[in-house]
Design a protein around this ligand. Structure first.
Ligand SMILES: [Mn+2]
Length: 326
């Protein structure tokens, strides 16, 4: 019996499902949740997509994104099975959802992060470019027709987690899945517009400012957004999600780092690697995680102090390990 057979049996034997993913939802997280909701509904099941955070504007084109519920809305709802999607660790769902899911007798963990601790009763952890690739395979296993709204959700996750088919995780296999999804009606151009071409003018100002002040040495490029810059430009921590990729697009660098100063003395740090450097190792040192080419962490401390600590550690690793920061 394969893990897909096990999941299929649990789906068939139960009626109500809750689908969680990580806080700060992006296209693979929410795409996975919404895709699985469509899959479960096609099988006549009831499924709630739950998230602590609001759906970002750029993902509101995905079918069902207007039906995402807050954790507190599920407190008194009997749930037979919890799915946790695209979470390298159960804590990634955020405290509010964690309280609901942690002691549940049936958690199905579907993920593609290396080192996932297999926190579920059923664990489907595969080395795939996106979690939506796994859900595509599950949908096929269940014998379902891939409708165009489902294809959009799945394709959006692939586009996001391959960074538009640019990361090292792009394989012939994932391109074949993407091709299948286009045949099933995924709107590739519309998804690209929604994910990458919906910047607000104030966000453009923020990006211009950070790029013009970026610093680089030793193969590392970094930029910082202080609370003051957010304030001056009228933007917030959820803006400029792709800025770190802009930094990476500079010649001669190996790792790009973006520091965002949040409130309460916390700094969100995002890493993107070029060539063969792996950055999830350094993210783990500071309590975070992610993939070889894209990782992040949340560090307590003042902005400048966090910058210094992270950059020192990164330099040390780049020198010590030659090709591998991880
Ligand atoms: Mn993912």
């Amino acid at each position: 019996m394969t893990v897909f057979d096990e999941i299929a049996a649990v789906i068939r034997g139960n009626e109500s499902f809750a689908l969680a993913s990580h806080i700060g939802p992006e296209a693979d997280a929410l795409g996975s949740q919404l895709a699985l909701r469509l899959i479960l509904e096609a099988l006549g099941k009831e499924a709630f997509v739950v998230c602590r955070d609001p759906v970002p504007q750029s993902l509101r084109f995905l079918a069902g994104s207007n039906k995402v519920v807050l954790p507190r809305e599920l407190v008194n709802t009997p749930i037979d099975v919890w799915f946790v999607l695209d979470c390298g660790d159960l804590s990634r769902v955020g405290e509010e959802v964690h309280r609901l899911v942690a002691d549940h007798p049936m958690i199905i963990n579907i993920d593609h992060h290396q080192g996932n601790p297999r926190f579920g009763q059923i664990n489907c952890v595969e080395d795939q470019p996106s979690t939506t690739v796994i859900l595509y395979r599950l949908a096929r296993h269940l014998g379902l027709t891939i409708t165009s709204p489902l294809a959009d959700c799945l394709y959006a996750g692939i586009v996001a987690d391959t960074d538009s088919f640019r990361n090292a995780n792009v394989s012939s296999a994932v391109l074949q899945v993407a091709a299948q999804l286009l045949e099933q009606g995924a709107d590739s151009r519309e998804i690209s517009i929604q994910l990458y071409e919906r910047r607000r003018p104030r966000e453009l100002r923020l990006i211009a400012r950070v790029l013009s002040e970026a610093q680089f040495d030793d193969g590392i490029i970094w930029g910082s957004i202080s609370q003051e810059i957010f304030h001056d430009t009228g933007t917030g921590a959820n803006d400029a999600e792709r800025l770190v990729e802009e930094l990476r697009a500079t010649d001669g660098i190996r790792v790009a780092v973006l520091f965002k100063e949040l409130n309460h003395r916390r700094v969100k740090v995002s890493f993107r690697a070029k060539d063969h450097v792996a950055v999830n190792g350094i993210a783990r040192v500071f309590g975070g995680g992610g993939h070889a080419q894209a990782a992040g962490c949340l560090v307590e401390g003042e902005l400048e102090e966090v910058e210094r600590r992270v950059l020192d550690e990164l330099r040390r690793r780049l020198v010590a390990k030659g090709d591998h920061a991880g």
